[in-house]
Design a protein around this ligand. Structure first.
Ligand SMILES: [Zn+2]
Ligand SMILES: [Zn+2]
Length: 369
């Protein structure tokens, strides 16, 4: 999931896209016109060039974005119940932390590269928790990996070698159960291969450690999904076990997502592998090629654990003596090249939005504490 680059651009064909990749022109009847949908982060484009001392309409909304991902504290003064449009010192500090996490030049300004990265669809889980950057960018300096854990390093108990998961809420998606079972079995297998953990699907939520479901809008956990824009999914740290996917996304659960004709296609398995990482206790990583990097490029399949992901999960659960090591890239195209390609697609998408073209970019959500 690349930084400046990895937006999950998704086609609104959403629920309808299951085992096939539908072209944008073949949206099933009854689905909303993607052109009419707003993009929550597109207005950030107008803030490019802003720096400390500026006051510009929209900066308050960007502060809200920084707050959502843990980079800013919410205003505590009763006289200023919401974020204002002043580029103040706190905002500059937040932007510097963000830039450090995403490998950008640490300028403290809203330069073009930073704004572009912020507009990219991404996981909704916070990068900074309790004021501490959890993406590991600083830890690497001390010889540690770039992976991170949630505060307190919560993990599933050692006595639980097998975690049971149930796919419980599927009424909001048209993806069939057999396909969902296959996709999640494959996603969980990535994590079981590197550790001694085992995962098995069970039919009942009451019998499960982990519950997986598709939801739309406000679904009761304080992190409302926002339709085809914004977050794609989120998951909770151990031992909560809840993994939620936005039912409104254009999930691709079968076929080759890299060959999708639409630049909005998002691979369900790739998002599932990432969210399971949160379920097991991993936070976000600053390693661009890792599964736990916050963003995912559209039309990209990214399901193999990277070296950083393996170091992180083995640090929590120990290693599997039979683990063969990190798989080589599935294609001859390097992740960075794919990210670059994705970034290009993203840029086109944003221009498309500005021009009123039928393009929509979507982010995907992250783990909640
Ligand atoms: Zn939720
Ligand atoms: Zn995440």
């Amino acid at each position: 999931m690349a930084i400046t680059t990895s937006p999950l651009v998704v086609l609104l064909a959403v629920a309808a896209v299951v085992s096939t990749v539908s072209p944008a022109s073949a949206l099933p009847a009854g689905l909303p016109d993607i052109k009419s949908l707003p993009n929550p982060w597109s207005a950030f484009k107008n803030l490019s060039g802003c720096h400390f001392g500026d006051e510009r309409q929209g900066l308050g909304k960007l502060k809200d974005y920084l707050w959502h991902f843990g980079y800013l504290s919410y205003p505590s003064s009763p006289s200023s119940p919401s974020f204002n449009d002043m580029f103040d010192a706190d905002m500059e500090l937040a932007i510097k932390t963000y830039q450090r996490n995403f490998g950008l030049n640490v300028t403290g300004d809203l330069d073009a590269a930073t704004v572009s990265q912020m507009m990219a669809p991404r996981c909704g889980v916070a990068d900074v928790v309790n004021g501490t950057s959890t993406m590991g960018a600083d830890g690497a300096v001390h010889g540690r990996g770039l992976f991170s854990y949630f505060p307190g390093s919560p993990r599933w108990p050692r006595s639980k070698k097998t975690l049971r998961y149930a796919i419980t809420a599927t009424s909001a998606t048209s993806i069939d159960r057999a396909t969902l079972s296959r996709v999640f079995a494959s996603a969980f297998a990535q994590w079981s291969a590197a550790t001694t953990l085992n995962f098995t699907e069970t039919a009942s939520a009451s019998d499960a450690d982990i519950t997986i479901g598709f939801y739309s809008g406000d679904h009761g956990d304080g992190e409302a999904f926002d339709g085809p824009l914004g977050t794609l999914a989120h998951a909770f740290s151990p031992t909560n076990g809840r993994l939620h996917l936005d039912a409104s996304e254009a999930w691709v659960a079968g076929g080759d997502v890299t060959k999708a004709s639409s630049s909005f296609a998002v691979d369900l398995e790739s998002v599932a592998v990432h969210e399971i990482g949160h379920i097991l206790g991993l936070g976000h990583s600053s390693v661009e090629d890792s599964i736990m990097f916050p963003t995912l490029t559209s039309r990209t399949k990214k399901v193999n654990l990277g070296t950083d992901d393996v170091a992180g999960i083995q640090g929590l659960y120990g290693n599997n003596p039979n683990f063969k090591g990190v798989a080589p890239p599935a294609t001859t195209t390097s992740s960075r090249e794919m990210d670059t390609a994705g970034a290009g697609a993203l840029s086109r998408t944003w221009r498309g939005l500005v021009d009123g073209a039928a393009a929509v970019a979507i982010g995907f959500g992250l783990a909640l504490l």
